[in-house]
Ligand binder design. Structure first.
Ligand code: ATP
Ligand code: MG
Length: 346
């Protein structure tokens, strides 16, 4: 892994492998998105040719009526992308719905996937429960098929995602294999890249920090909000007094410390863990420390965000340029696909 970047930097830009990943513009990005996917995106920008999709069509799968918010959500999400360090000079940020080729590819791929295969997706059950959906629409069932079209449209090799998305990438791999076998070899078989913390828990102790569960710390939260959220976080429910021995394992306060503070001061975190297990430190002290750690992590992100907030036209230009670039790739791939299928009539 360490040797590779040097080798690839000496090669021309076109020989770089590609990354495709993205998010649905349903709200602001949170710490879960960062550890699950964005940390890897920022880290791999030089090594890979990166495409980051803002998947607005995918929001229709759960909230088809909520289209009026999309424009603002897309702007906010782009600010989030830029503020965590996605560099528009290196990486392409684009809007899914402005690339019509992707929907044609999704139609083609829909014929290479069975309904039971899609019904078995573990994410389907979770999304239906969270969004209170009794019967899935054709679009919701086809979510992984459209995602396969996004990934394969730019011939993505690597997909940095949270653990919950692993099963979707498996469907993409199956579709790529099936297409290559049925017609001609056009697609790579993309691999998922799961973040160091595969699933960041919520502030309420739920398994996953998630926009729809309202248990999030947003990348754009103010220092005060972060402190408030941290101070009311779920910890070890069995611990009543600070002198009671506490549990570190599965305690989100310590998971967050490991995710965001270990690099800066792992010995202090180790000390707190030890003291906590022995009943020698209170929840309040550890939480105050965590709030500081998170605010230190978020401060440079806030600064960058504030800069881009002053330049809405620049943000729009970045999106427009990125979308134009991605569309060219989409057109190239679709032409190859049609040729392989012998439906390139004219
Ligand atoms: P929603 O509740 O609207 O589904 P979400 O918070 O689950 O939102 P998504 O837009 O579904 O976010 O996820 C975007 C990306 O971020 C995916 O790669 C997903 O795996 C990753 N991700 C989201 N939440 C977490 C988390 N808590 N831990 C790790 N990765 C996450
Ligand atoms: Mg989700």
């Amino acid at each position: 892994m360490k040797q590779k970047p040097i080798l690839q930097q000496t090669q021309s830009k076109n020989t770089k492998k590609r990354i495709l990943t993205g998010d649905r513009p349903t709200g602001k990005l949170h710490l879960g998105h960062y550890v699950g996917s964005h940390a890897n995106r920022v880290k791999l920008q030089d090594e890979y040719e990166c495409y980051f999709i803002i998947a607005d069509l995918h929001t229709l799968t759960t909230k088809p009526e909520k289209t009026a918010d999309l424009k603002n959500n897309i702007h906010q999400m782009t600010l989030d992308y830029l503020s965590v360090g996605i560099d528009p000079q290196k990486s392409t940020i684009y809007i899914q719905s402005q690339i019509p080729e992707v929907t044609q590819l999704a139609v083609i791929f829909g014929n290479l996937t069975t309904i039971p295969r899609l019904q078995r997706m573990p994410t389907l059950k979770d999304v239906m429960r969270d969004a209170d959906i009794q019967i899935p629409s054709y679009g919701l069932l086809g979510y992984p098929v459209l995602q396969a079209a996004d990934i394969l449209m730019v011939k993505g090799d690597l997909v940095p995602v949270g653990k919950d998305q692993e099963s979707h990438i498996e469907v993409t791999r199956e579709i790529a294999r099936d297409f290559n076998r049925t017609y001609e070899v056009v697609f790579p078989e993309p691999k998922p890249l799961i973040g160091e913390i595969p699933t960041l828990p919520g502030t309420d102790g739920a398994v996953k920090m998630s926009k729809s569960a309202g248990n999030v710390i947003n990348l754009s939260d103010s220092a005060k909000d972060v402190e408030k959220k941290v101070m009311s976080m779920y910890t070890d429910p069995k611990r009543i007094h600070s002198t009671d021995p506490g549990t570190v394992e599965g305690n989100p306060v310590f998971t967050y410390l490991d995710a965001f503070g270990a690099e800066a001061d792992s010995s202090q975190i180790a000390r707190y863990k030890d003291q906590y297990t022995k009943g020698q430190v209170g929840d309040i002290e550890v939480k105050k420390y965590l709030a500081r750690v998170l605010n230190n992590f978020l401060d440079p992100i806030r600064e960058k965000r504030a800069e881009y907030e002053k330049k809405p036209e620049l943000v729009e230009k970045i999106l427009k340029k990125g979308t134009e670039k991605a569309r060219i790739e989409a057109q190239k791939t679709l032409a190859e696909v049609k040729k392989a299928m012998k439906i390139d009539y004219f």
